[in-house]
Design a protein around this ligand. Structure first.
Ligand code: ZN
Length: 124
């Protein structure tokens, strides 16, 4: 895989990681003791009125769903960065062939090549 592209992808992934951490930090606390990245959504405090309580619950459940989504993205980004470090980036996890540059550019966290992905999605 060409070095130039790898550098570009690494920068892109690092940027994405920082952005995701920032977004998560807005409504969740990072668990510093956790071995793997783990954020916990904080419960909002609007007040004690019924309306406010309902609002807190709505926001909390929205944020939980968002936390789930962002955390998954963050894990993918981190695992891609780890692969770059270990020189394993860009290999399909199924057939161990190189994933096309085009695909990696479009989705840097791809872990499978187009052919394997197609086979898998057709099976489902
Ligand atoms: Zn493959």
């Amino acid at each position: 895989m060409n070095k130039q592209l790898l550098t570009e992808i690494k920068e892109q992934l690092e940027k994405e990681r920082d952005q995701l951490m920032k977004d998560l930090g807005k409504f969740a606390n990072k668990d510093e003791k956790a071995v793997n990245i783990d954020f916990n959504t904080t419960f909002p405090e609007y007040g004690d009125d019924e309306d406010e309580n309902a609002g807190e619950i709505a926001t909390y459940s929205n944020n939980l769903a968002l936390e789930d989504k962002l955390e998954k993205e963050l894990r993918d980004v981190l695992s891609s960065l780890k692969k770059i470090e270990k020189n394993e980036y860009g290999m399909c996890k199924y057939c161990h062939q190189e994933i096309s540059e085009e695909r990696l550019r479009a989705r840097p966290t791809s872990t499978s090549c187009v052919a394997c992905k197609k086979t898998l999605t057709q099976e489902i």
